[in-house]
Design a protein around this ligand. Structure first.
Ligand SMILES: Cc1ncc(COP(=O)(O)O)c(C=O)c1O
Length: 427
């Protein structure tokens, strides 16, 4: 096997120098199990970052389901297949009754792109509102509305970006209600601005946890208010559950259930197949039917029997291993530990998150809340050296992002917390 530096050079040559890689010293992983991954030198790391292996790396039930179906039949969805239909029935049953039909895709990007097409078809509008500092995918349309990193595509005339509330930075004496109203008014301004340009609104597209934005503490009623404004203007609510879904919050299967709003369209991806590429769009059957008639949407690999078998196995494990309950219990344990660390380390300005999804905002000083961007980057690398994988998010790149597989235990949490304490002391 080639050394890591040789492999990196080969990768640069053949995949380019700018294909994203985590860490100053990239990690060369060769296998995983549960919450653990192992590198080429046999060193193990606790995975506190990845939600794609949602039910744990290489979960035997998922691996077995994929292998069994791959050894039996794999084709696209233009033939009847029991596993595919049964999965669609089981998945849609986890949503509000109005969201009763599914179309399968291969990624979060494809799901959001399809959701936008459906919203534009249903409303006849073209306008899109996204949150400032967001990401929903890498197609041309979704890249053009990306606001959390630079893209070559110009931000389009048919879109508007709105700032979303971050209580840690935006509160300024406002109550939750006032904060929600203040930021919902920005959605109203965006709708009016589109209307003034003769662009009817098709959809508000947001992640209910605002994960890429920095996972701010949720302001009750903000999402409901924003959605109400968009619906009043004739637009739909597309809820991007690519990060928030499949029990991540511990409290509910879907992120939007925390906001008490039923979306018109939901887009799914990442954790759906535990790493096997499957995504989906969930909507009312009359929308799926009428769009299907108009558009003949067909996706060769989307929802093939192997993907459906993998995704079914993921639902089995979530139920059989009570992973929502685990997310709630272990999530509360981690959160309490992070709050203890906040009391000991002045650099921690804020702890936020739900279930097994945490953000830790690092600041240089408590009063001005100057983002500790460079130290956050160092901390991520120091944690890697201590055998813990996590990352960073947010406008100032100063929020530690922790989102482990849902099988994370209290024992794993203790390891994370003591490594974090140690790294913060060394910082
Ligand atoms: C919120 C959100 N939506 C959509 C996507 C795109 O998903 P994919 O990379 O599967 O196309 C991502 C990817 O990071 C995401 O974070």
């Amino acid at each position: 096997m080639s050394s890591d530096s040789t492999l990196l050079e080969r990768r640069f040559r053949v995949m380019g120098r700018n294909a994203p890689l985590f860490y100053d010293r990239p990690v060369h992983l060769v296998r995983g199990k549960g919450v653990w991954v192992e590198d080429a030198d046999g060193r193990t790391y606790l995975d506190v970052y990845n939600n794609v292996p949602n039910v744990g790396h290489c979960h035997p039930h998922v691996v077995e389901a994929i292998a069994r179906q791959a050894a039996t039949l794999n084709l696209h969805t233009r033939y009847l297949h029991e596993t595919v239909v049964r999965y669609a029935e089981r998945l849609t049953a986890t949503f509000d009754g109005s969201l009763n039909a599914a179309t399968f895709t291969c990624s979060g990007t494809e799901s959001n792109e399809l959701a936008l097409r459906m919203a534009r078809y249903r409303t006849g509008g073209k306008g899109i509102i996204v949150s400032d500092f967001s990401y929903h995918g890498n197609s041309e349309t979704l890249a053009s509305v990306t606001t959390c990193f630079p893209v070559p595509e110009p931000f389009p005339a048919f879109a508007r970006k709105v700032a979303i509330p971050d209580p840690f930075r935006d509160r300024q004496g406002r109550s939750d209600e006032e904060l929600g109203d203040y930021f919902a008014a920005k959605v109203r301004e965006a709708v009016r601005s589109l209307q003034a340009d003769g662009i009817p609104i098709a959809a508000l597209l947001i992640d209910p946890l605002f994960a890429n934005e920095g996972l701010p503490e949720l302001v009750p009623n903000y999402v409901a208010k924003a959605v109400g404004i968009v619906r009043e203007a004739g637009g739909l609510f597309i809820c991007d559950e690519v990060q928030a879904g499949f029990g991540r919050t511990g409290d509910a299967m879907w992120g939007h259930q925390l906001a008490n709003v039923v979306p018109d369209i939901v887009s799914l991806g990442k954790p759906m197949g535990n790493g096997h590429p499957i995504g989906g769009v969930i909507a009312a059957s009359d929308l799926i039917d009428s769009f299907g008639l108009a558009a003949t949407y067909f996706n060769t690999f989307g929802g093939n029997p192997v993907s459906a078998a993998a995704a079914t196995a993921v639902l089995d494990v979530i139920e059989q291993e009570s992973l929502l309950e685990n997310g709630r219990r272990v999530g509360a344990y981690v959160r309490a530990g992070l709050e203890r660390l906040m009391a000991q380390h002045a650099i921690i300005g804020n702890v936020r998150g739900h279930g097994l999804f945490f953000g830790l905002e690092l600041v240089e000083d408590d009063a001005a809340r100057t983002p500790a961007t460079a130290k956050t980057k160092r901390l991520v690398n120091m944690m890697r050296d201590r055998g813990i994988l996590l990352s960073k998010i947010g406008r100032y790149d100063n929020i530690l992002k922790m989102r482990p597989p849902m099988v994370f235990t209290e024992e794993n949490a203790d390891l994370l917390l003591s490594a974090l304490d140690d790294a913060l002391n060394a910082l």
